[in-house]
Ligand binder design. Structure first.
Ligand SMILES: [Zn+2]
Length: 99
């Protein structure tokens, strides 16, 4: 399951993911009963480092304030981040054209 631009999802949606990621199942409870479905997925997501996308970029300066960067990165809750096993910062790849 791939979430591109993870921080663009509403926080309520992201917080709902916590339990299925932890339990590896989805539980739906209604008046008539409760049912569980398997949810053993590989959760992969991508996001920019800030609103403008250039925080820590070597080639183009970030136009965000430090407060904007923190606010953007804190869109993801700690409990959700705790359920992500690997988090990588991937710098921009320089494009070298060889003729
Ligand atoms: Zn920025």
């Amino acid at each position: 399951m791939f979430f591109d631009e993870l921080t663009e999802f509403p926080r309520a949606v992201l917080d709902v993911l916590r339990q299925p990621l932890e339990d590896r199942q989805i539980t739906i409870s209604r008046v008539s009963g409760t049912i569980q479905y398997p949810a053993n997925v590989l959760f992969v997501a991508a996001m920019n480092p800030c609103v403008c996308g250039y925080y820590k970029d070597q080639e183009k300066p970030c136009t965000c304030s430090l407060m904007d960067v923190k606010r953007y990165q804190h869109k993801l809750s700690g409990p959700l981040l705790d359920r992500i096993d690997v988090i990588l910062e991937i710098p921009r790849e320089s494009l070298h054209v060889v003729l």
